[in-house]
Every structure is written in structure tokens, then in C-alpha cells.
Design a protein around this ligand. Structure first.
Ligand SMILES: *Cc1c(COP(=O)(O)O)cnc(C)c1O
Length: 430
């Protein structure tokens, strides 16, 4: 027997007596008919529940890392739930502001913020600018010299901790484009410089070691390294330099496939805060989860277009999306489960390779997917846990229009991003 593990579905998923999937009381096959495919379907109350867990886990403050998935509706939702919003570009900042999120709820990140992005953030007086480099300190000082208000700053520290995750999403090791390295002495130099600069209101430090990290031990190592820095600098506070906050970043891993298990946001928060306390850090502990808020709230629906059996080799199932709506399998070799929402809890004896419609063989969604034996052309097929880094990392490759995104709650569906049209694809052409 290999049925889909039910814990990979959103919180409010249920299966009818005849096997059909519902989320928040909404029939999923009806949604596919109404909005077309590919379609992202998010369980809204699942996202809200994760935001509440995050706030409980980090009572001193927690931001939603919007790069995981950002649109007007999710910015509004995270703000309503009392989250700050972490933005990593002028575009993300603009979208959040346009969605009505006040600037003093925004945290700006980025290893290469432009002068224009910094100017926007300073003018708007965002909650925090997380400064990543000496060149950024130069740019901020120049803007403040022009008369802009001094920002409240966290310095991004690279603690020299290599998190156990894919190389492309490790960010805490010495050899990194991000932040001020501890081992090479950049961290101390940056703190001394920021503390002495009238253009900067230093409020603390930041460290983010990577994404899709399952081992709480990585966060414990960060706490130890940062504790040393806090101990050295905590006493040196002045009117413009306080060491009152440590933001531990995001990165909590989530389960994508059978056999994986994640510890959940509440336990993560407890472990992080325990590690910081044990290391002697008395600062406020804040965090920025992205994936763990949004990943498992969504499933993607596709329509099966062709099924190609190559005897003795494998069965290819091609769908109407692909690497343009979920590039994670191509980028990181990520795995997903597959199932048919018409037979959600059916046995899945057949192994297939789920591929997209793009013009390259690398366009694969699921290398080894399991499905019921009677899968046929026209079926709706789904991949769960696709709420994070799918739509946001997507593209228009092959001029394939971006999918629609729907939120379901209390038996109702609302479209939060409409499907792109072929005409939309021409809107930037001069
Ligand atoms: C990506 C990122 C996050 C969120 O990471 P998740 O793995 O999605 O939780 C938080 N902080 C920073 C600085 C990031 O770059």
C-alpha cells in the first residue's frame, strides 16, 4: 500500500466517501473546472494558523518572509495576523506597501540593495533595514547626509555555520555572498562602524543560515557564535547603538514527501529561544519564517495531457504546467508526491515521471511519482506542499501564462491572482 500521507495536505483537507478531495469544504475538482489548470489552491485558515503559531513562538516579533509567496492577499493576511513582512527587494517592498501594509511593519533585506531601494525604505521609514555590506553602509550614510532619516538597522552576521541543506540555499557559511563574516573580523568591524555612525540607529544583529533546515542544532550553533558577539558589544551602547534584538532569520524545514517529518513552528521557536538563553543572549529574539508559514497550505492542480509508456523504461505523464510554475525540482532536485484528487486516498501502485510542457528534458516536476493504476488523459493530478517558492520562483518560460491562485475558506473560494492571458504576455513589449 502506498497512499498519499494525509499530513502533507493542508490542515482543512478532507476526503469524501467516494474519495474526492475537499479543502475547507470546497470540492477541488470543481475548482479546477471553474478556474482552469494549472491552479494553486491555498487553505487560508492553514496560513492563518501558522502565522498565529509563529507569533506565539516568537512573542518579541516575527516577520513573514514574503519571497516564499507574495501577492496583495497574502500581504494583507500576514499583516492582519500581526506579522511583520520581510521584503528583499524594492519590488517586494512596493507590493507590500500597495497592499496597505504600513512601512513600519516592513523589514528590508538584500545583499545588494540599490540606492533607489534604500532611498525608498528610508523615505518610508521601514521598521528595519538589515544591512549586509560595508558598501551598503556607505550608501546609507550618503542618503542620510542628503537629509533622509537615519534607519533602524540590524547587521546581518555570517556566523560560519554550514546548515545541512542544499548548497544553493545555505547562507550561513564563511564562503557566502551574504553578510558580515565573523571569522574574518568583518562582523566586529561593521558593528564598530555602525555604532559610531550618526546615520545609523543600530538595534541589533541578524543571522539567517539557510532554508529547508531540519536540524535545530544549526540554530544552536548560530546562537553560540552570536552570543560571543553580543557579550563583547552589549555594554557598548550609546544613544545610536543598542544591541537589543537578535533576528534568527527563517529556514525551518517542512516535510514534502512520505517519510519526512518537520518539528513545527512552535517547537522551533522554543528550541531557538532556549538555545539563545542557554548561550547567554538576553536580547529580544525575533524570526522570519517563510516556507514554514505557507508551503503546506497549498496544492497545485494540473491536467494530464499525454501519457507515454516506454516499455521497459518508464511512463511519462505530461501536464499543462511545469518548471514555469515550480522550478524547485530543477533547481534543487526537490521531491514531491503526486495524487489524483478524484481518488485521494487510493492506493498508488504505478510509478510515473511527472513532466511539464516546456521544451527541454530538464522540465520535470516529480522524478518518481506514485499514482493509481487507472490514471488517464484528462485527469486532474496534484502535487501537495507547493505553497512556497513555486509561484514566486516561477517564470513565463515558453510564454506559458502564469497560473491563477485561489484561497479557500469556510466553503468559499476566492481568486487572489488571476490567470495570465496570452495578451498579458505582450504588455512589456514596446
Ligand atoms: C529566505 C529568507 C528567509 C525565509 O526562509 P524560509 O526558509 O522560507 O523560512 C528569512 N530570512 C532571510 C534573510 C531570507 O533570505
Amino acid at each position: 500500500m502506498s497512499v498519499l500521507p494525509a499530513q502533507l495536505l493542508p490542515d482543512n483537507a478532507s476526503v469524501t466517501a467516494d474519495g474526492r478531495l475537499q479543502i475547507a469544504g470546497v470540492d477541488i475538482l470543481e475548482l479546477a473546472r471553474e478556474f482552469g489548470t494549472p491552479l494553486f489552491v491555498h487553505d487560508e485558515d492553514h496560513i492563518r494558523a501558522r502565522c498565529r503559531q509563529a507569533r506565539e513562538a516568537f512573542p518579541d516579533g516575527v516577520a513573514y518572509a514574503s519571497k516564499a509567496f507574495l501577492c496583495r492577499a497574502i500581504a494583507e493576511l500576514a499583516h492582519e495576523e500581526g506579522m511583520h513582512i520581510d521584503v528583499a527587494s524594492g519590488g517586494e517592498m512596493h507590493l507590500a506597501l500597495q497592499a496597505g501594509v504600513p512601512a513600519d511593519r516592513l523589514v528590508l533585506h538584500g545583499n545588494n540593495k540599490s540606492t533607489a531601494e534604500l532611498r525608498y525604505a528610508l523615505e518610508q521609514r521601514v521598521h528595519r533595514v538589515v544591512v549586509d555590506s560595508f558598501d551598503e553602509l556607505d550608501r546609507i550614510e550618503a542618503l542620510v547626509a542628503e537629509g533622509l532619516p537615519a534607519p533602524r538597522v540590524l547587521l546581518r552576521i555570517t556566523p560560519g555555520v554550514k546548515a545541512n541543506t542544499h548548497e544553493f540555499i545555505q547562507t550561513g557559511q564563511d564562503d557566502s555572498k551574504f553578510g558580515f563574516g565573523v571569522r574574518v573580523g568583518h562582523a566586529d568591524r561593521a558593528i564598530e562602524r555602525a555604532a559610531a555612525s550618526p546615520a545609523i540607529e543600530l538595534v541589533g544583529l541578524h543571522a539567517h543560515v539557510g532554508s529547508q533546515v531540519f536540524e535545530v542544532g544549526s540554530f544552536e550553533k548560530v546562537a553560540e557564535v552570536l552570543a560571543g558577539i553580543f557579550a563583547r558589544f552589549q555594554a557598548k551602547t550609546g544613544p545610536n547603538a543598542r544591541m537589543e534584538e537578535l533576528c534568527i532569520g527563517g529556514g525551518l524545514g517542512v516535510a514534502y514527501v512520505e517519510g519526512e517529518a518537520d518539528c513545527g513552528i512552535v517547537e522551533w521557536g522554543q528550541a531557538v529561544r532556549r538555545a539563545c538563553a542557554a548561550a547567554g543572549i538576553s536580547a529580544k529574539i525575533t524570526a522570519e519564517p517563510g516556507r514554514s508559514i505557507i508551503a503546506s497550505s497549498a496544492i497545485t492542480l494540473y491536467t494530464v495531457g499525454t501519457i507515454k509508456d516506454i516499455p521497459g523504461v518508464r511512463t511519462y505523464v505530461s501536464v499543462d504546467g511545469g518548471m514555469s510554475d515550480n522550478p524547485r525540482p530543477v533547481l534543487y532536485g526537490s521531491g514531491y508526491e503526486t495524487f489524483l484528487p478524484r481518488a485521494t486516498d487510493a492506493d498508488r501502485p504505478k510509478t510515473i515521471r511527472l513532466v511539464g510542457k516546456h521544451c527541454e528534458s530538464g522540465d520535470l516536476l516529480v522524478r518518481e511519482g506514485l499514482v493509481p493504476a487507472d490514471i488517464r488523459v484528462g485527469d486532474i493530478i496534484s502535487t501537495p506542499v507547493t505553497g512556497a517558492y513555486g509561484y514566486s520562483l516561477g517564470s513565463n518560460y515558453n510564454k506559458v501564462p502564469r497560473p491563477a491562485v485561489v484561497f479557500v475558506k469556510d466553503g468559499q473560494a476566492r481568486q487572489v491572482i488571476r490567470r495570465e492571458t496570452w495578451d498579458d504576455l505582450l504588455r512589456l513589449d514596446c
